[in-house]
Ligand binder design. Structure first.
Ligand code: BJW
Length: 234
């Protein structure tokens, strides 16, 4: 019997690696207003500020490592025998990629909001790997999906949701669409829906089960139960 799993992750899965989440109580985005740094209009108005913001976050990636939650999902992708596993991350860090590379399952990760380690040619849209800083007056921008822009790989994601039997949402607040609507898509396909989060998300009532706790504890424990056959997926 085929049992496909789709996993949506957000900033909470990387928090214990030392990557800050977005929606802090001061309402600021690492000290900035969201309109300044995460919209095409903000980039047009002040490219130096936006490039500096992403340059700093790109540099920070060299200082952090995948944690037990990233590794647990990479293990699940490698060892799940009953169907497909797809990790759809809203995160622009490369922590899933590094963990999945170790289990040979890097193709099981989609970055719907882009990647810090990629650049996009402003004129042509061509995407390439990028590890250094970007200049404020250059011809590339961060390969990041800002507000008002279309998230990436949407066709593949909705197809996977339509064929999913288990949908896990890990460490995301449910503030940002279309990702916040995936749980409803999964429910429409008859999937069981489970939230793993430090605090309940905005859409918590749409989940069949809620498991509260830090990702590095609750995710490895849940993955072990899945791989041991302790969780029955209808
Ligand atoms: C822990 C933990 C621990 C902490 N362990 N957990 C309705 C439908 C469609 C679109 C819209 C709509 N309504 C409005 C829109 C437009 C807009 C939108 O959603 N606006 C809202 C603010 C209302 N959306 C868009 O513009 C998107 N594009 C779009 O919609 O195109 C058209 C379209 C329509 C229909 C279908 C398809 C397309 C684009 C959105 C792009 C978002 N980009 C950002 C910024 C990227 C740049 C950057 O990184 O700087 O992506 S926004 C920001 O939020 C970032 C994140 O990926 C995203 C989600 O945040 P996340 O991950 O949830 O983080 P936090 O901080 O909010 O939450 C942290 C969570 O972790 C919390 O729950 C904690 O409890 C938990 N946690 N520690 C476990 N240790």
């Amino acid at each position: 019997m085929v049992r496909n799993i789709v996993i949506l992750t957000g900033a909470g899965i990387s928090a214990e690696s030392g990557v800050p989440t977005f929606r802090a109580s001061d309402g600021l985005w690492c000290g900035h207003r969201v309109e300044e740094v995460a919209t095409p209009e903000g980039f047009e108005a002040n490219p130096a500020l936006v490039q500096d913001f992403y340059n700093q976050r790109r540099r920070q990636l060299a200082l952090v490592e995948p944690n037990a939650a990233h590794h647990a999902l990479a293990k699940l992708a490698a060892e799940w025998q009953h169907g497909e596993v797809l990790v759809v991350t809203q995160n622009v860090d490369d922590l899933h990629d590094r963990a999945h590379a170790l289990t040979g399952t890097a193709d099981r990760v989609l970055h719907m909001h882009g990647e810090l380690l990629k650049a996009r040619q402003i004129e042509t849209g061509q995407v390439s790997d990028w590890t250094g800083d970007m200049a404020p007056d250059g011809d590339v921008r961060p390969h990041i999906v800002w507000f008002g822009e279309m998230p990436l790989d949407m066709e593949r994601i909705y197809e996977a949701l339509a064929e999913s039997h288990l949908f896990l949402s890990i460490g995301t607040s449910g503030n940002v669409y279309p990702a916040a609507g995936f749980v409803q898509e999964a429910r429409r396909s008859g999937a069981t829906t489970v939230e793993l989060n430090l605090e309940p998300s905005l859409g918590h009532s749409l989940f069949n089960e809620k498991i509260l706790g830090p990702a590095t504890e609750v995710v490895p424990a849940y993955v072990e139960r899945l791989l041991n056959g302790e969780i029955k997926i209808i």
